[in-house]
Design a protein around this ligand. Structure first.
Ligand SMILES: NC(=O)NCCC[C@H](N)C(=O)O
Length: 256
């Protein structure tokens, strides 16, 4: 059986200074609670059979915990991102070493390209990339080049209403795409689109088989997914949601 391996990075004590773009700052971020929530997130991964490796902490980078935005992996290739937020580019430190230690071939997005991993949604042979927020068409083109030979189609899709594509939509194990309609620019991109009733419900981490991880802020979506036969685990990530984070951005699932 494949080893399941996830890359994570512990939260900065400065998480409260994280960027917010599409939401209003609401309530103070409690760094102690954030650390406990992050630990619980990892505990869930581990209980579901995942091993976890940590990228070196970047305590001076408030958004460092959102490791998903720094690297996109596919097959044996890891693409180091160049964030559309210049404030976040320093977070790339240590990520190359982390993925190289797992045997990945590394390529990098270079200027003028920008790409945030949160804009990259993969399922089957398709890689959708959100363009219009943090990622641009040069970033998409460079990602396509990096994945040449992987027999995938890289498809740009518009993102204007939320931070990242995966803030709007994610994929269920069967390939259905779930999203919260007010935040999805064009649901017709996907043949099988399933509307969910909560913004946080649009974000699932696939844990293997029928298991998915979902924010505790989306109880109605949890029920909906359970009724569809999924095994749903919820985790409270309130402190990360205050700075526009979601369950997906707290880890990168690597090949085992
Ligand atoms: N992939 C993600 O959804 N990342 C969340 C990043 C939140 C962070 N405060 C940012 O604005 O970049």
């Amino acid at each position: 059986m494949h080893r399941r391996l996830a890359l994570v990075r512990r939260p900065s004590p400065r998480l409260a200074d994280g960027l917010v773009t599409h939401i209003a700052r609401s309530g103070a971020v409690d760094p102690g609670l954030a650390l406990r929530q992050w630990q619980e997130y990892i505990d869930v991964l581990q209980r579901r059979g995942w091993s976890v490796i940590e990228a070196p902490p970047v305590d001076d980078c408030p958004d460092g915990v959102f490791i998903e935005d720094q690297v996109v992996v596919h097959g044996d290739v890891a693409v180091l991102c160049r964030s559309g937020a210049p404030e976040r580019r320093a977070e790339r430190v240590g990520v190359r070493e982390a993925v190289e230690s797992q045997g990945y071939r590394v390529s990098e997005i270079e200027a003028p390209g920008t790409l945030d991993g949160g804009d990259v949604l993969k399922h089957g042979r398709t890689v959708w990339v959100g363009v219009g927020g943090r990622s641009n068409t040069s970033g998409v083109d460079q990602l396509r080049t990096a994945l040449e030979g992987h027999r995938v189609e890289v498809v740009p899709v518009p993102v204007t209403k939320v931070l990242h594509l995966k803030s709007a939509v994610t994929a269920l194990p069967d390939g259905s795409i779930i999203g919260y309609p007010p935040l999805v620019d064009d649901p017709t991109v996907w043949d099988r689109f399933l509307a969910v009733p909560e913004e946080s419900g649009a974000h699932v981490v696939l844990l293997g088989g029928a298991s998915v991880l979902l924010s505790a802020a989306a109880p109605r979506t949890a029920q909906l997914l359970e009724e569809r036969g999924l095994d749903v685990t919820t985790v409270d990530i309130s402190e990360f949601e205050k700075v526009e984070g979601c369950v997906t951005c707290l880890s990168v699932r690597l090949r085992g």
